[in-house]
Design a protein around this ligand. Structure first.
Ligand SMILES: C[S@@+](CC[C@H](N)C(=O)[O-])C[C@H]1O[C@@H](n2cnc3c(N)ncnc32)[C@H](O)[C@@H]1O
Length: 432
């Protein structure tokens, strides 16, 4: 299917066509949803269609294995992938309560417009009508979507089958909107009608348009998953301390560190992502020195503390980015793991003697967390763990392991889960 253009009032056709484009890009392994969107895939749509296309694509990718299971009895053999994706999108829409006749018409129209797909319009019509007869009850009977084997295998090895099943149940539900307050979190929770989480983040189950929420324009808060908000709290800079946020953009942690009164240097390789960080600083009225560059080339040292939120597999964020398991296969993870180790070594060289390093990743893989810390301790005699930095409000003792804090999506499952994260606090040798 080709990229979307917005015609006049079209009954959701432009949004669906765009959603199919995003899904095709992701399942073919070409681009994540976020990459397609950042590269302008939805630019020609109206804001409402853009939001709808993104929601349809995200939900279809989140429910992909469930849709495939539902479709399977009606397909003697698999049609081409573009048709398969149209069936998947239609199945998810019907499964989530959309009126079947509208969905069937839309999908038949879309498929009949493509040269290579038009001969399948009869199949699409027949199959989606059958799903329509079953309705959302039929969809709900399908099992919770499982992670693909390339990722499930290592996770089962690390955390056990039961835990992985619990993570999958949370992934299937999607994610609420979490917020970090610039000032008094309890007062802001009341103002927003949000839940105040035990760790101090705020949570809204149904948020709507983020920028329309109270306090957004005045910069009273920013969006940040509750798990992601723990790393800066573990670093806990004192006012006036010099802190390097080594992989800073788009800046959720920079804002926290600046709000705590630290003198923050926010470094990142990506100028585009730093643009978002600058906007966030401006909106919240917080200050930081912003530097574009490769962390491994950054030479100005003497920092009291460093936060290293290293580039990683992002496997902890699947409930927010359900395309990841379908668009990736783990091939690039080895290079990321090597980069993380290099970054830890480089960061230690930029600290004052006795300075603190918080290393964190939004990964569920121990190779990007526990193992990195174990190996860094072996490489650097004199480097020590500071487990007490992790004993923070709302953090349960059993979440803290020998190498650091392990947060997983299945923790707080009844509250809506949290992103997977690993966070360790290290202190460098006090000898220069
Ligand atoms: C996990 S994200 C950081 C999220 C950020 N700390 C926050 O809280 O908003 C990792 C970041 O590392 C940056 N990055 C990747 N390679 C880098 C490098 N060699 N030097 C500096 N930054 C790098 C990416 O551009 C990305 O913004």
């Amino acid at each position: 299917m080709s990229q979307a253009q917005t015609p006049a009032a079209d009954d959701g056709m432009a949004a669906r066509r765009a959603a199919l484009f995003l899904i095709d890009e992701a399942v073919s392994g070409r681009r994540l949803l976020s990459e397609s969107i950042a590269q302008g895939a939805l630019e020609r749509l109206s804001p409402a269609d853009r939001a709808r296309a993104q929601r349809l694509a995200t939900e279809t990718l989140r429910q992909l294995p469930r849709a495939d299971r539902w479709l399977k009895p009606f397909l003697v053999k698999q049609p081409p992938v573009a048709v398969r994706n149209a069936l998947r999108l239609g199945a998810v829409e019907i499964g989530q309560g959309a009126a079947p006749h509208g969905v069937v018409n839309a999908m038949v129209t879309l498929v009949s417009k493509g040269k290579r797909t038009q001969s399948y319009k009869g199949l699409v019509n027949a199959v989606l009508r059958k799903l329509g007869e079953q309705g959302p009850e039929g969809f709900a009977r399908q099992p919770v979507p499982k992670l693909p084997n390339w990722l499930r295998g290592p996770l089962v090895e690390a955390w056990g089958r039961k835990t992985v099943e619990a993570m999958e149940a949370v992934h299937a539900q999607g994610a609420p909107l979490d917020i970090t307050a610039k000032g008094d979190a309890a007062a802001l929770a009341e103002r927003l009608g949000a839940e105040l989480l035990p760790t101090g983040s705020l949570r809204l189950r149904e948020a709507g348009q983020v920028s329309a929420l109270p306090g957004y324009d005045e910069g009273a808060w920013w969006v940040q998953d509750a798990a992601a908000a723990i790393a800066a709290k573990a670093l806990a800079p004192r006012p006036g301390e010099r802190v390097l946020d080594m992989c800073a953009a788009p800046g959720g942690k920079t804002l926290q560190l600046a709000a705590m009164g630290a003198e923050v240097t926010a470094l990142d390789l990506s100028e585009a992502r730093l643009g978002r960080l600058r906007e966030n600083l401006e909106r919240t009225g917080l200050g930081a020195e912003v530097v574009q560059g490769d962390a491994l080339d950054f030479a100005a040292g003497g920092f009291d503390a460093i936060l290293l939120d290293a580039p990683c597999s992002a496997t902890g964020t699947i409930r927010r980015h359900p395309d990841l398991p379908h668009a990736k296969d783990g091939a690039e993870f080895g290079a990321l793991i090597a980069l993380q180790a290099e970054m830890i070594d480089h960061a230690l060289g930029l600290l004052k003697p006795g300075g603190r390093l918080v290393f964190c990743t939004c990964s569920l893989l121990p190779d990007e967390g526990e193992v990195q810390v174990e190996e860094a301790l072996a490489r650097h005699p004199g480097l020590a763990l500071e487990p007490e930095a992790l004993r923070l409000p709302g953090i349960e003792a059993e979440w803290i392991g020998p190498e650091g804090l392990r947060l997983r999506p299945d923790l707080w499952a009844d509250r809506g889960g949290m992103d997977g994260f690993f966070i360790a606090c290290l202190r460098s040798s006090s000898e220069a």
